[in-house]
Ligand binder design. Structure first.
Ligand SMILES: Nc1ncnc2c1ncn2[C@@H]1O[C@H](COP(=O)(O)OP(=O)(O)OP(=O)(O)O)[C@@H](O)[C@H]1O
Ligand SMILES: [Mg+2]
Length: 459
C-alpha cells in the first residue's frame, strides 16, 4: 500500500502566505520531479486551489467534505494544471468542523487510502478541528511567519504537538512576505534574520531562506480573468521564484530522506491495536465456562458457541459464561412469577419475556436491605440499557431451587450464603453471542455493571 508524505501549511495568523505557499509549492515540486504525484487539499472554504488548478470548466468529481464522509480518494481526486492533483474545496465546512471530535480522523482516513507521493494541506488561520486533524497527520508542517505576532502564535502549534505526543521535529518555520528593502543596523540585517533569531531562541526549527514580499507576486491574484496565476509561469523574474525553487528542493530532500512516514507509524499502531483487541476478545472467550450454569449442557465446544440466549458475569468479573435461553426463562418464571408449568418455546408469555429482555440488564442477588440478616432473600432486578433500575422482584430463597440453585452457587460464599456478589445477565443474539465480548460492547457492560453496583449498595 502506498504511503504519502503529508505536508500541512499552518499558521493561526491570517494573510501570512499559507495558500500562496501551498499552491505554489505543489507546482515547484512537480517542476523538480515530474513523476512525483502531488495532491492538494484545501481545508479553507475559499476556492483558490480550484481557481488555480481546475482545467476548463469541468465538473468537480466530489469535494473534501465527501472525503470525510468516507468516499475513497481515488473517486474524488481531479487532475489539474501542471499535473497537480486536487480535491475540490467546499463552501461550508462548519458542520464538518463540529463533527471532527478527535484529531486522528483524517489520519485514519488517509491510512485507509492508497495514495502515493506528496499531499499538501492548506488550512484556515485557526486551530479548529480541521486544522488539528491536518496537523496530526503531517510529516512536515510548514509554518509561515511574517512578523512577531505570527511568531508568537506558533506557541499554540507547539502546544498542540506536545499535547498529542507528536514530535516537534515536524514543525518548521518559514519567514514569508519579507520586505527586503527594510534593512537593520547590527547583527540581524533584515526581518527574516531577526525572526529566525527569535525562533531559534525558542527552540523552533526554520527552513533555509525565506519568501520575500513582491508586488508582482501579489498581483497574480488580481486580474480581469478572475484567475490565480502561479509564480513559476508568471513571476519568473522575481526573487520569489528562486526562493520557491529552494524551498521545494528542501522539501523534496526531506521527503526523500524520511524513513518513518507518519501514516506508516499510524498504520502499524492501528494494526497493533487490532491485534491486541483480537487478543483481548480471545482471552475473554477462553475464560467463559463451557457449560450452561443452569442445566449443565455444553454450550461452548472448542471455542464454538452453541445456541444460547444469555450472557452472565459475576459482578467482580471473576467468572462468566452463557446460558441456554429456555433454562433461564423457565427458572425466572418458576421462581419469580410462580408459573408452575413448563412453558413451550413458542408460548406467548415466553415470547413477551424474550422481547422485553432485548435492551435490558438483569441482576440476581440478595437485596441490599437484607444483607447481613440471618433470613436471606433473593431479588431479580431489571435495568435499562444505561444500567438504571426499571423493576425488581423479591422472593424468599426457594426451598428446592432446582437449576436456579446451580446458578446461585456462583455468588454464594463458602457457607452457601448470599453476600455482596451479584450476577449480571444480558440477552445475546444466539447467532452472534460472542459479540458481547467485543471491546466496545464489553466496556458498555462493565459501565452498566458499575452503575448497577452503586444502586445495589445498602443505604
Ligand atoms: N510573496 C508574496 N509577495 C507579495 N504578496 C504576497 C506574497 N505571498 C502572498 N501574498 C499576498 O498576501 C495575501 C495573503 O496571502 P495568502 O492568501 O497566501 O495568505 P494566507 O495565509 O493563506 O491567508 P488566510 O489566512 O486568509 O488564508 C494575498 O493577497 C497574497 O496575494
Ligand atoms: Mg489561505
Amino acid at each position: 500500500m502506498a504511503t504519502p508524505y503529508i505536508i500541512t501549511i499552518s499558521s493561526e495568523k491570517g494573510g501570512v502566505g499559507k495558500t500562496t505557499v501551498a499552491t505554489n509549492l505543489a507546482i515547484y515540486l512537480k517542476a523538480l520531479q515530474e513523476d512525483l504525484p502531488v495532491t492538494l487539499f484545501s481545508f479553507d472554504n475559499h476556492f483558490s486551489v480550484d481557481k488555480m488548478f481546475r482545467i476548463g470548466k469541468s465538473q468537480p468529481a466530489g469535494n473534501i467534505a465527501e472525503f470525510f464522509a468516507g468516499r475513497p480518494l481515488r473517486e474524488l481526486i481531479e487532475l489539474g494544471q501542471f499535473g497537480v492533483q486536487f480535491i475540490s474545496s467546499h463552501r461550508d465546512l462548519a458542520p464538518l468542523r463540529h463533527s471532527l471530535q478527535s484529531p486522528d480522523i483524517l489520519t485514519r482516513l488517509l491510512a485507509a487510502n492508497d495514495l502515493p507521493g506528496v499531499i499538501i494541506i492548506d488550512t484556515r488561520p485557526d486551530l479548529d478541528p480541521l486544522t488539528g486533524n491536518a496537523l496530526y497527520a503531517a510529516d512536515r508542517v510548514i509554518v509561515p511567519v511574517k512578523d512577531m505576532p505570527s511568531l508568537e502564535n506558533c506557541r499554540n502549534l507547539y502546544a498542540f504537538f506536545d499535547q498529542h505526543g507528536l514530535s516537534r521535529k515536524a514543525l518548521q518555520l518559514l519567514p514569508c512576505l519579507i520586505d527586503s528593502r527594510v534593512r537593520f543596523e547590527g547583527p540581524f540585517k533584515d526581518s527574516s534574520q531577526l525572526l529566525k533569531a527569535y525562533a531559534i531562541n525558542r527552540g523552533y526549527r526554520c527552513f533555509n531562506g525565506h519568501i520575500s514580499k513582491s508586488p508582482k507576486v501579489d498581483s497574480l491574484n488580481t486580474n480581469p480573468e478572475g484567475k490565480i496565476y502561479p509564480i513559476l509561469t508568471h513571476g519568473r523574474g522575481t526573487e520569489v521564484h528562486a526562493q520557491f525553487t529552494q524551498l521545494a528542493q528542501q522539501v523534496l530532500d526531506d521527503f526523500r530522506m524520511e524513513r518513518n512516514f507518519r501514516l506508516d507509524t499510524v498504520r502499524l499502531e492501528t494494526g497493533r491495536q487490532e491485534v491486541s483487541r483480537a487478543g483481548a476478545l480471545a482471552l475473554r472467550k477462553a475464560q467463559l465456562r463451557t457449560d450452561c450454569a443452569l442445566c449443565g449442557r455444553t454450550v461452548i465446544d472448542s471455542g464454538e458457541i452453541a445456541e444460547v440466549g444469555y450472557y452472565w458475569e459475576v459482578n467482580d468479573g471473576t467468572a462468566a459464561g452463557m446460558l441456554d435461553e429456555g433454562c433461564f426463562s423457565a427458572s425466572i418464571f418458576q421462581h419469580f412469577f410462580r408459573s408452575s408449568r413448563e412453558l413451550p418455546a413458542d408460548d406467548p408469555l415466553r415470547e413477551l419475556f424474550r422481547e422485553s429482555t432485548q435492551r435490558s440488564y438483569f441482576a440476581l442477588c440478595q437485596p441490599p436491605e437484607t444483607r447481613g440478616h440471618f433470613r436471606q432473600q433473593l431479588a431479580f432486578y431489571r435495568f435499562d440499557d444505561e444500567g438504571l433500575m426499571l423493576s425488581r422482584k423479591v422472593i424468599d430463597p426457594p426451598a428446592s431451587p432446582g437449576q436456579l440453585g446451580r446458578l446461585l452457587e456462583l455468588i454464594q460464599d463458602d457457607g452457601r450464603r448470599l453476600g455482596e456478589k451479584f450476577l449480571i445477565l444480558r440477552r445475546v443474539d444466539s447467532d452472534f453471542a460472542d459479540a458481547i465480548l467485543l471491546e466496545e460492547n464489553h466496556l458498555r457492560l462493565r459501565q452498566a455493571t458499575e452503575r448497577i453496583t452503586q444502586q445495589l449498595r445498602p443505604r
